[in-house]
Ligand binder design. Structure first.
Ligand code: NI
Ligand code: MN
Length: 230
């Protein structure tokens, strides 16, 4: 599976047959280079309703005929725009043609404009036999350690490090210690001044924990191959 960082918390996951887009916020993100009129997605996973995760969802879903996957309240809101949706709730999963997806806890909030839209979530995704965790926007919580216990070692964990609205580097490093994934990619930092961080400092914290970390620049692609030592 190939994972491309599109900026902020947006990632594109591509297997041989399917493409999954997570938290698209690209048209109004000055750091993003790919724009919503070009990105292809069979599925769009949305962790919560905040602007910086949802902004390009309907535009891309309409053009690509994508299925939008999110929690129940958010899916109901998005269905109002006529896009195809698949609703989940925390702890629940669904088999899909590419593998499976499961909504997991995130400690944050979820709203669109002033309307509260239920809870936020993170996603566990299995694709091409690989297990990927996108934490969404979240604070640290101890039950992150249940994820590998239940589902096996996570190949790649995307963790927010921006602080202020989510975990900062210290909390995200502790999260990595709880999850012990093969590889961590930091996200949700440097998009705005309020979430400015030095990802190299975060990487150094993970080096001390003997956990691999890769800082992706925008549009950089990472490939996870079966049996590959990362
Ligand atoms: Ni948020
Ligand atoms: Mn956010």
């Amino acid at each position: 599976v190939r994972i491309t960082f599109l900026g902020h918390s947006c990632f594109l996951l591509k297997s041989d047959s399917y493409s999954l887009l997570i938290d698209p916020f690209i048209d109004d993100n000055p750091l993003a280079r790919q724009k919503s009129d070009r990105v292809q997605a069979d599925y769009i996973l949305v962790s919560h309703g905040h602007d910086d995760h949802i902004q390009d969802v309907t535009r891309i879903a309409e053009r690509c005929g994508s299925t939008v996957i999110a929690l129940f309240e958010l899916v109901n809101y998005l269905a109002g725009f006529g896009v195809k949706t698949l609703g989940l709730n925390i702890g629940g999963g669904q088999q899909l043609p590419f593998g499976w997806v499961r909504a997991v806890q995130a400690l944050h909030s979820s709203s669109v404009l002033e309307q509260s839209l239920g809870n936020p979530c993170g996603f566990l995704i299995q694709i091409e036999g690989k297990l990927i965790y996108h934490a969404g926007d979240t604070g640290l919580f101890g039950d992150m350690e249940l994820l590998p216990k239940l589902y096996g070692q996570i190949d790649l964990a995307m963790l927010p490090i921006g602080d202020r609205y989510t975990m900062g580097p210290k909390e995200a490093a502790y999260a990595a210690k709880l999850i012990r994934p093969k590889l961590v990619v930091p996200m949700h930092y440097n998009t705005f001044p309020a979430i400015k961080q030095d990802p190299r400092q975060f990487k150094a914290m993970l080096d001390d924990l003997d956990i691999d970390c890769r800082v992706l620049s925008v549009d950089e692609t990472l490939e996870i191959q079966p049996g590959m030592k990362m």
